[in-house]
Design a protein around this ligand. Structure first.
Ligand SMILES: [Zn+2]
Length: 254
């Protein structure tokens, strides 16, 4: 299995438009972060988790002919706003399978009504095949079983996903205690760490490190990073050896 970090930035990305913050002006390519997403290549299948506003650019950087599914964590725009750009996949494959909580699907239906329309469809509009994800119910995509992991983004429910010994959690402020059993025995955990200062709906660095200690994976990578976290190179020096900051285009093999 191969994990490709398509984006590791928070909602505005790094650099922030018009910002003169030193991290936004950094020349280190690891300080340039598109909106958060990962691609999972497992056997012959390709999955992405979330489909934010940088989706097109990410798919041009890591071109694949086929997309077997999109798994959504939640409905916020930085995780969903790129869904119109599934069109090239739709033209080749037909309806693109999406997996999400029912609330997320309802939100997408309102905001992208033409994608979900039954009749009188605009020629060229993409279409999706909807699959609802429920807490506590693993689901199969092709030959792979994913386990949803329920967490909270302030008060909003979000799903993380586990495939084999890999788990991906983003936009998390807390994880339900009964969900922790789904995170046992991980090779790689990816989890969000927004910045050094506390935030109402995201783990900050310290909370993410405490969570990693509880989960105890072999390796952990931090994502959904704000420019306020600091320079990639300097932040990494503060981290224990088995915890790294993810960066765009980083590829892991499991
Ligand atoms: Zn987000």
């Amino acid at each position: 299995m191969e994990i490709i970090f398509l984006g590791t930035g928070t909602s505005q990305g790094i650099p922030v438009i018009g910002s003169t913050h030193p991290v936004c002006l950094s020349r280190d390519p690891r300080d340039k972060r598109l909106r958060v997403s990962v691609m999972i290549r497992a056997d012959d299948s390709v999955y992405v988790i979330d489909c934010g506003p940088d989706f097109r650019q990410q798919m041009l950087r890591h071109p694949v002919e086929r997309l077997d599914a999109i798994l959504f964590t939640h409905e916020h725009a930085d995780h969903t706003a790129g869904i119109d750009d599934i069109r090239p996949f739709f033209f080749r494959q037909g309806d693109i399978p999406i997996f999400a909580h029912e609330r997320v699907v309802r939100s997408l239906e309102r905001r992208f009504d033409y994608i979900f329309a039954d009749g009188d469809r605009y020629p060229g509009a993409p279409a999706v095949a909807v699959n609802l994800v429920e807490k506590g119910t693993p689901f199969r995509v092709g030959t792979h079983w994913f386990t949803p992991i329920e967490a909270r983004h302030n008060r909003l429910q979000v799903f993380g996903y586990r495939l084999g010994d890999f788990a991906y959690l983003t936009d998390v402020k807390s994880v339900e205690p009964e969900e922790m059993k789904h995170l046992e025995g991980l090779e790689v955990l990816v989890v969000n760490a927004l910045r050094q200062e506390p935030h109402h709906s995201h783990f900050n660095l310290q909370e993410a490190l405490e969570f990693i200690e509880k989960v105890n994976p072999k390796r952990a990578y931090l994502t959904h990073i704000s420019h306020m976290m600091g320079f990639h190179e300097e932040v990494e020096k503060q981290l224990p050896g088995h915890v790294r900051l993810a960066y765009d285009n980083l590829t892991l093999t499991l």
